[in-house]
Ligand binder design. Sequence first.
Ligand SMILES: [Ca+2]
Ligand SMILES: [Ca+2]
Length: 496
Amino acid sequence: MERLSVTLNPGSVRMLPRRVSSAARPLFLLVSLCLVIAGCSDDDNGGPNPVPTLVAIEVTPATASVQAGGTAQFSAIGRMSDSSTSSVTVTWTATGGTITAAGNYTAGSTAGTYAVTATSGTKSGTASVTVTAVSPGDISVGLDFLPGSGGFTFPTFLSSPPGDARLFVVERAGKIRIYKAGAIVATPFLDITSLVKSDAGEQGFVGLAFDPQYATSGRFFVSYVNLAGESVLASYIVSANADVANAGSRIERLVVPHPPIAYHYSGGLAFGPDGFLYMALGDGGESTDPNDHGQKLDDLLGNLLRLDVSGATGYTIPPTNPFVATAGARGEVWAYGLRNPWRFSFDRANGDLYIGDVGQDTREEIDASTAATGGGKGLNYGWATMEGTTCYRVAGCDQSGLTLPALDYAHDPRCSVTGGYVYRGTAIPALQGTYFYSDYCVGELHSFRYIGGAATDLRDWPTLTAGNNVVSFGEDAAGELYVVTRSGGIYRIGPR
Ligand SMILES: [Ca+2]
Ligand SMILES: [Ca+2]
């Protein structure tokens, strides 16, 4: 048996090989080299090596240029006293914009040169960000029809798991179908048509959200109206065939009773930047919200819910939800005062929340809440005290405590807002940070940038008109945006 005998004396390191075979020689040489190097850095007294200390924080990239409202990702490392690097936990601060705990900087509206700073203890490092003004000129874009997508039957939503090239399209009657390699896969990914009521009003299969860890968990969440007319949240897991879900894996998570009216279900789903699942529920229908579901906190209607669905069954209420300690309030509620928040989304770059809330008689609205200001936490968006920016029930209404929309617009010919997404794709860099929305009755796309708490750079996009009812938007894994139309056609926003 070969052995190495090492004798350590203060001030010196000696290695005494008793016998080293040729097979063990490389190991012997490596150990010797390491010890020689270690010996070189011994201090004058021959004591043990000093523990390297943090001498500086280095931020990369050192410089960045972004358009107003755009984002840039920064990272930081620690430079140690022995010149090595070390991972280090830092606190980010920035001027001229906001920055997340993960170092994602979103520029404000004012052009200029700003600083991004990472701090750990007494050490900090900075990078320089140049914010450029949004070009007022035209951005040349168009809608690219996905070949064969007319074969979808009344699609209501489109999504993709993280890092996945496939598009998953929800059909109202009860199916999820996959679009890949330029065609619809014949066998549905999931078919729950027998569980779904979709023959009236706004009923049907309406929501889909993939677990952020879908690649390993295979889990996804669906939202639909059941045969009893209730809103249902359920989860499924993919089967061994990546293109087919395991229908037997169904776990029903939440069932919300609905008034005997076929409208205002909403049912949209999305995971937030906090890893919790958000679910939007409409006020339950009947014009004017006579039962005041929008303003009531003791029921789930007219609210945006925030649920922890990380467990195998059911859900739990995150202890940081805003009303967990409010007597008589449902802890699931994240935000309220909503009428029919048919589509909502999070900006994947910074977690900002956008809600397209369908109006009653005259106004359609988009609500926006930055992650930096709480991402909508506890906000009352006003319905039915207000419709958009106008008082609804009584003139001169008390607006205290209400959060007004980032933008609203009048009916005729438009009638029903379809909320969309902030563009964070790469195909059209000039669109970075642009929030798109549409209207079911017109089908033209519109946009704004939410900067500094205000909708700015408002644009209409006559070149982006799908020509029929825009039911929803969708976002693929790369952040490219799609328009989902009632006739089945799906369009991607593309460069020209
Ligand atoms: Ca409510
Ligand atoms: Ca409102």
